[in-house]
Design a protein around this ligand. Structure first.
Ligand code: FAD
Length: 318
């Protein structure tokens, strides 16, 4: 079922959903299941599975030199989506990236999703590779998520790349895109970033999932500002519980988001990461309760592959 259909079916009731990361290659899918199992009692209508682009790795050649290789460390998003859908009978949403993929590769991936009965995809640009200062499109790939939305929408209309086939069976993907309550880090202003978000919605995105935020006011203002410029699709809040002391520096640095002063003060009092984890869970519970009271359709949690803290939050909220 499409995300938009799930939302309509449960109007007035906030639902629980979460995002997982594929395991590093060489690991067992059972590890993933072990983290999904405890969350299924909260009846997620859908589960997102992230995609990681290729990265540089350095192999020690043993003679003091390093060999640089490019590899994808966490492949398998579509396969994992199919496996989870089959095992738990739940809708799964593969994240589809511009970065690291040609348009042809994206088309093949979407065709696979269609064959597997996957009806939702999240269209994202992805980030620059670690050695790049700015994001660069792959040769033959897209520069912005809007172009990816265009490609998916074309497929929904039976239009494949290069017009080489006549499609008598159309795809029908529901398309999610990313939104940034504190603006995307590269954007010159929140207003400009909102205009870009509107372009994604005008191109055919059906819903938005936000970047993590720790101050609900930022989300509420973002939703209001989005509505003001004519973005009328659901905007689902993304929640990430703070888990380690290092997040105090890391999250603002990597995502250019602000952390509220009371949260910082509580984390700074902690002597161990176990205590930080507890502070993060309690903060996320309060955030979730307020968002739920405001009537958000879904609370979407970034699990980062570990379910214990997400389960503690869900137990207190749902
Ligand atoms: P875009 O919408 O393309 O925007 C990127 C930047 O370009 C923004 O600053 C925007 O304002 C600007 N822009 C857009 N269009 C134009 C234009 N026409 N001209 C000039 N500027 C423009 N990353 C992963 O690698 N894998 C994942 O699975 C993943 N999942 C995510 C899930 C969510 C919910 C979120 C919020 C992010 C996720 N990301 C993921 C991170 C995401 O890929 C990065 O934040 C990336 O830097 C931007 O992606 P985007 O789709 O928002 O890009």
């Amino acid at each position: 079922m499409k995300v938009t259909e799930h939302l309509k079916k449960h109007t007035g009731k906030t639902q629980f959903s979460f995002e997982i990361i594929p395991p590093k290659k060489g690991n067992n899918i059972q590890d993933l299941y072990d983290n999904i199992d405890p969350l299924m009692e909260f009846n997620p209508p859908f589960i997102d599975v992230t995609t990681s682009r290729e990265e540089h790795i350095y192999i020690d050649k043993g003679n003091g030199l390093l060999d640089r290789k490019i590899t994808r460390m966490r492949p398998g998003t579509v396969g994992i989506c199919a496996a989870i859908k089959h095992k738990y009978n739940v809708d799964t949403i593969p994240h589809v990236l511009c970065g690291g993929f040609t348009k042809e590769e994206t088309e093949y991936l979407l065709v696979d999703c269609h064959y597997l009965g996957i009806e939702n995809v999240m269209a994202l640009r992805g980030d620059a590779m670690s050695h790049q200062r700015y994001f660069e499109a792959s040769n033959g790939g897209h520069q912005y998520a809007t172009q990816l939305v265009d490609q998916i929408k074309n497929l929904n209309n039976g239009k494949y790349l290069h017009d080489v086939i006549e499609a008598n069976h159309k795809a029908n993907f529901c398309i999610g895109v990313a939104g940034y309550p504190e603006k995307h880090l590269e954007s010159p202003s929140l207003q400009t970033d909102l205009k870009r978000l509107k372009e994604k919605v005008d191109a055919g995105a059906d819903y938005v999932v936000t970047q993590m935020f720790f101050d609900n006011q930022k989300y509420f203002e973002f939703v209001d500002a989005a509505k003001e410029i004519g973005i009328n699709v659901p905007i689902l809040p993304g929640i990430k519980p703070l888990a380690v002391q290092k997040h105090l520096q890391l999250l603002p640095q990597v995502f250019k988001i602000d952390l509220p002063e009371p949260l910082i003060i509580e984390v700074e009092k902690c002597k161990t990461n176990k205590e930080v984890r507890q502070v993060g869970v309690e903060w996320a519970i309060e955030q979730s309760k307020e968002l739920m009271a405001a009537g958000v359709p879904v609370l979407h949690y970034y699990s980062m592959g570990k379910s214990t803290n997400i389960k503690a939050i869900a137990k207190a909220v749902f």
